[in-house]
Design a protein around this ligand. Structure first.
Ligand code: GTP
Ligand code: MG
Length: 444
């Protein structure tokens, strides 16, 4: 019976209990919730991490009893990629929006150091998208298509030995971000006695390496027993097949071999049914809840802290969002001012440097100019001296020339007087001119 507490009662007095008269009606709450969730539908997102060809698509087809589109991946991918596909499934009146994310090219590269990164990035990107929606002023989480990964099926190769270092590294990187359910793929390839040892080896390796896998919840009565029993069988050794084989007078999903038939849904053959029960029937809601309350919460907290938001101030007093915002804003403005001042100082320094450089260049130019001026003057002086020398030479030459001309004219004059004398002589002694002897005397 519901009990109401009168909050007006003094503290030390006996609490007055009031019986509710008639039917209150909140026992219909679960029905309301069921109706609301049914009409709205559910989102469930599974991430399949495993090497190429390990049986991821076959297992998904087998679990959901349908044929999802999937093309086999090549072994030549340069890196790991994630491919997400969403489907709307309906069973009676319940709608399920299922997203299956596949790792393409996982384990195919020679250097596998970074193989986990695209998976981590994908998971974070879905958390980020949800956080962005949450931070919006007008958020619509009610009809938001939640793509956060609720379960990660980690496909372990059926080697019978131990986990590969790639498996350990990847699972360790993912365990704080997603609910990991380890499964041994293609379990029909391991002998029964080896399988038991292989399972315990895997579990002890996971524990010794501190890998946190998803723990089936045992706090709720209705599922505590089944979850506790199922935990013992981890990692589930599964076989996938969509092929139907006639067993007795019934058709059953199985893999047929020359020596016999492996029935997928036969619990003595493999753990497929256990996985399906745990994943879809018993723990789907818990997986969704864990994703939101544990993994997303952790991402959100780290992200908000990274952005500078805190719940308490340095004295551990609670901080309101407004205060945090104001503190962050002031911090930002202070930083901006500091940066501005720094830039101003740098600018002044650069201007000073440039000024000094220019002054230095100006000084150099002045020196060059003075040097040029000096050489020019020296050259000019040299040329003037040369000019004077040449002028002196020209003058003396002119003088010599005039003297020579004078001498020449005197000589000409003397020559013409002599000729006149000769002419006169010729006139006086014409016979002498013709005589050979006299002529030679004159020319001498
Ligand atoms: P990719 O998407 O290409 O990476 O491959 P996958 O991991 O989706 O594997 P897929 O389901 O395509 O199966 C690859 C091959 O393994 C197919 O020939 C399947 O028939 C076979 N196979 C799938 N499940 C099992 C199984 O449980 N046991 C055995 N023996 N073979 C299986
Ligand atoms: Mg596939």
């Amino acid at each position: 019976m519901a009990v109401a507490v009168d909050r007006q009662s003094p503290q030390n007095e006996d609490l007055r209990t009031l019986g509710l008269s008639g039917h209150v009606g909140f026992d219909s709450l679960p029905d309301q919730l069921v109706n609301k969730s049914t009409s709205q539908g559910f989102c469930f997102n599974i991430l399949c991490v495993g090497e190429t060809g390990i049986g991821k698509s076959t297992l998904m087809d087998t679990i959901f009893n349908t044929k999802f589109e999937s093309d086999p991946a090549s072994h030549n991918e340069p890196g790991v990629k994630l491919k997400a596909r969403s489907y709307e499934l309906q069973e009676s009146n319940v709608r399920l929006k299922l997203t299956i994310v596949d790792t393409v090219g996982f384990g195919d590269q020679i250097n596998k150091d970074d193989s986990y990164k695209p998976i981590v990035e994908y998971i974070d990107a879905q958390f980020e998208a949800y956080l962005q929606e949450e931070l919006k002023i007008r958020r619509s989480l009610y009809n938001y298509h939640d793509t956060r990964v609720h379960a990660c099926l980690y496909f372990i190769a059926p080697t019978g030995h131990s986990l590969k270092s790639l498996d350990l590294v990847t699972m360790k990187k993912l365990d704080s971000k997603v609910n990991i359910i380890p499964i041994i793929a293609k379990a029909d390839t391991i002998a029964k006695n080896e399988l038991h040892k292989f399972k315990s080896k895997i579990m002890s390796e996971l524990i010794s390496n501190g890998v946190q896998i998803y723990q089936f919840p045992t706090d709720e009565e209705t599922v505590a027993e089944i979850n506790a029993t199922m935990s013992v069988h981890l990692p589930f050794a599964v076989v996938g097949s969509t092929e139907e084989v006639k067993i007795g007078n019934k058709m059953a999903k199985a893999r047929q071999y020359p020596w016999g038939v492996v029935q997928v849904e036969n619990e003595t053959h493999c753990d497929f049914v256990k996985l399906r029960e745990m994943l879809i029937r018993v723990n789907m809601e818990d997986l969704r809840e864990q994703t939101h309350t544990r993994h997303y919460e952790l991402y959100r907290r780290c992200k908000l802290e990274e952005m500078g938001f805190k719940d308490t101030d340095p004295d551990s007093k609670p901080f309101s969002l407004q205060e945090t915002y104001e503190a962050k804003r002031n911090e930002f403005l202070g930083e901006l001012q500091r940066k501005e001042e720094e830039m101003r100082q740098m600018f002044v320094m650069r201007v000073k440097e440039k000024e000094a450089e220019l002054k230095e260049a100006e000084k150099d130019l002045h020196e060059k100019f003075d040097h040029l001026k000096r050489t020019h003057q020296e050259e000019k002086k040299k040329l003037e001296d040369k000019k004077k020398e040449i002028e002196d030479e020209v003058n003396s030459f002119q003088k010599k020339k005039a003297a020579t001309q004078l001498l020449q004219s005197q000589a000409q004059q003397a020559g013409s007087q002599q000729a006149k004398k000769d002419k006169d002589k010729k006139k006086a002694f014409p016979f002498l001119i013709h005589s050979k002897r006299w002529r030679s005397m004159f020319t001498l």
